[in-house]
Design a protein. Structure first.
Length: 245
């Protein structure tokens, strides 16, 4: 085989794949190749994206454990997966005029406060993706704390936490499409369901699972949510306080 320069990293390559970066020797892009890419990326059930989507629904801990233990190519990258699902949710919310984080039920008599809260709400809703990442950090931190004798580190636990939180956004998508997302009872039901999904999926990482482990992860999850909510309450309160000075 004739040697060539890798188009991705510039290394000299004498095989079909670059030994430095792993890229295959590339030819000019043809329509057929675009078709193949779309098919293998989205439609082919063996594609990492659909595989990740399917298994996160029926057996989330299988995805987490296999990914953490090194079967990474089999699944879609957790960060990309999360950004895709969250972007889908944000798009559906925008198309249906749904506010994902709704602070309008916070009663207030002062008009300046209302304006500030509306501004705060707009900021929060435009920062949903980084906020979900922050929430995954909190969950991973508390999981690491309650399971500190297990082998997984904080950095490793971040990926299951992120995949868990973002995959559940698909349930939010369904609720938004059904027009029940902003209803107080469905908000409560969605919160309970998300805690159940988190407990079920995240406890499964620490095998063999036991009642005690479910309890420990429940505590970690609730602590993560509580800190997250407190941070929100504190920010809303500070905005209220400073706007009334
Ligand atoms: Zn290369």
């Amino acid at each position: 085989m004739q040697s060539f320069t890798c188009q991705n990293c510039g290394a000299t390559v004498e095989a079909k794949f670059c030994g430095q970066c792993g890229q295959k020797k590339q030819e000019r892009i043809t329509l057929g190749q675009v078709g193949d890419d779309v098919y293998s990326g989205l439609i082919d059930f063996e594609s990492p994206f659909l595989k990740t989507l399917y298994f996160l629904t029926v057996n989330p801990s299988k995805v987490y454990v296999e990914y953490l233990d090194g079967a990474r190519k089999r699944y879609f990258s957790p960060v990309r997966y999360s950004i895709w699902i969250m972007t889908l949710m944000i798009a559906i919310a925008a198309m249906t005029d749904t506010v994902i984080v709704d602070l309008s039920q916070l009663e207030s008599n002062a008009p300046e406060l209302e304006t500030q809260l509306a501004r705060f709400q707009a900021i929060i809703n435009s920062l949903l993706i980084p906020l979900y990442f922050a929430s995954a950090c909190l969950t991973a931190g508390f999981l690491r704390f309650v399971f500190r004798n297990e082998k997984y580190t904080f950095a490793e636990l971040f990926y299951p936490a992120l995949l868990n939180i973002s995959h559940f956004c698909l349930v939010y998508c369904i609720a938004i499409l059904l027009g029940v997302f902003q209803n107080a009872w469905s908000q409560l039901l969605l919160t309970v369901l998300s805690v159940v999904y988190m407990c079920w999926g995240l406890t499964g990482i620490f095998r063999p699972v036991s009642g005690k482990k479910y309890l420990k992860s429940f505590i970690a999850i609730v602590l993560g949510l509580a800190v997250y909510m407190l941070a929100f309450a504190f920010l809303s309160f500070s905005i209220g306080y400073f706007s009334l000075l």
